[in-house]
Design a protein around this ligand. Structure first.
Ligand code: SF4
Length: 303
């Protein structure tokens, strides 16, 4: 009997990257440092919390039999999903309590729920969930490239056609970027497509972004050349992150996103005082706890 060659050993993991943290480094290396190296906490926002509730509703909606996935059914899920989130994170009550938070868009629970309702109405204008049967929802995916770099992330939804074609769907609770500014969102989708290609040996047929903030849809059909280019970009980014980590040198990159950044008081580009780096060897890469920050706070972390 001929010898069977042993299976190739998986490469040793040298670090890991998610599209969110890759996006942080591209937008502002110092923001990446504050989130991944220092792991400073960030305050939750009403917008991010609303996004979490809407994502939960859209996940649970597909638990219902197809004919029952109506707008009314989705709206009935808003209250229970908000309550479930509140039980898990009681501090969110203060964020939306009018007396505690003061007047304004962040301090009004009825307005918060009404906004969530508007987002769901726009979802139903974009697609009909009674005609869909997602293969996966809130799917955690991870793969290790030959270089040892682990890529990871969460897919909002994965649809698989009878032909085996894959469609990756991501819900955004903000508005679609203007023409010519779709790059950041599409990088995230290509990143997911690369992970799925490496995991399943099949290039996803379509990447689809549903913008519930203004009811627009972006879609893209990647090919192998796109995903190989994405892999090269991810490796180049990883080399830049590794070099910054070795030097302990993360430069601020001021932009209009600073307006939503939680770290302005410690950012020298905003007149703040840069705290010293943590003692000891700096963590290279993204550990499981910071892979996807749970409470995105702004357009810095569109959900
Ligand atoms: S305030 Fe702006 S420049 Fe400073 S860390 Fe935040 S995003 Fe970067």
């Amino acid at each position: 009997m001929p010898d069977t060659p042993p299976p190739a050993a998986a490469p040793a993991v040298v670090g890991s990257l998610s599209p969110s943290r890759a996006g942080d480094f591209m937008a502002c290396p110092l923001l990446y440092r504050f989130r991944v190296i220092d792991q400073f906490p960030e305050a939750p926002s009403a917008a991010a919390t609303r996004g979490t509730v809407v994502h939960a509703v859209l996940e649970r909606l597909f638990d219902l039999p197809a004919p029952e996935r109506t707008l009314d059914a989705a709206l009935e899920l808003v209250g229970p999903q908000w309550q479930a989130l509140l039980e898990a994170e009681p501090e969110l009550a203060a964020l939306l309590d009018g007396e505690a938070a003061g007047s304004g868009p962040d301090g009004d629970l009825p307005a918060f729920l009404a906004d969530a309702t508007d987002l769901l109405r726009r979802y139903f204008a974009l697609e009909d969930p009674t005609r869909l049967e997602p293969a996966e929802r809130e799917l955690h995916v991870t793969t290790v490239l030959e270089s040892g770099l682990a890529l990871r992330g969460y897919l909002d939804r994965l649809d698989v056609a009878p032909s085996g074609d894959l469609r990756v769907v991501d819900y955004k609770t903000g508005k679609a970027p203007p023409p010519g500014f779709e790059g950041k969102a599409m990088f995230q989708m290509r990143f997911y497509a690369l992970v799925l290609w490496r995991l399943r040996g099949r290039v996803p047929r379509q990447l689809q972004l549903l913008y519930l903030g203004n009811g627009e849809r972006l879609h893209y059909e990647p090919d192998e050349a796109d995903l190989l280019a994405t892999e090269r970009k991810v490796h180049a980014l990883w080399r830049a992150i590794s070099a910054a980590t070795e030097r302990g040198d993360f430069r601020p990159n001021p932009s209009r996103l600073c307006e939503w950044c939680d770290h302005r008081q410690r950012c020298p580009a905003q007149g703040g005082v840069l705290p010293p780096l943590p003692a000891g060897p700096l963590p290279l890469g993204v550990d499981a706890d910071t892979d996807e920050l749970p409470s995105p706070s702004s357009p810095l972390d569109e959900v």
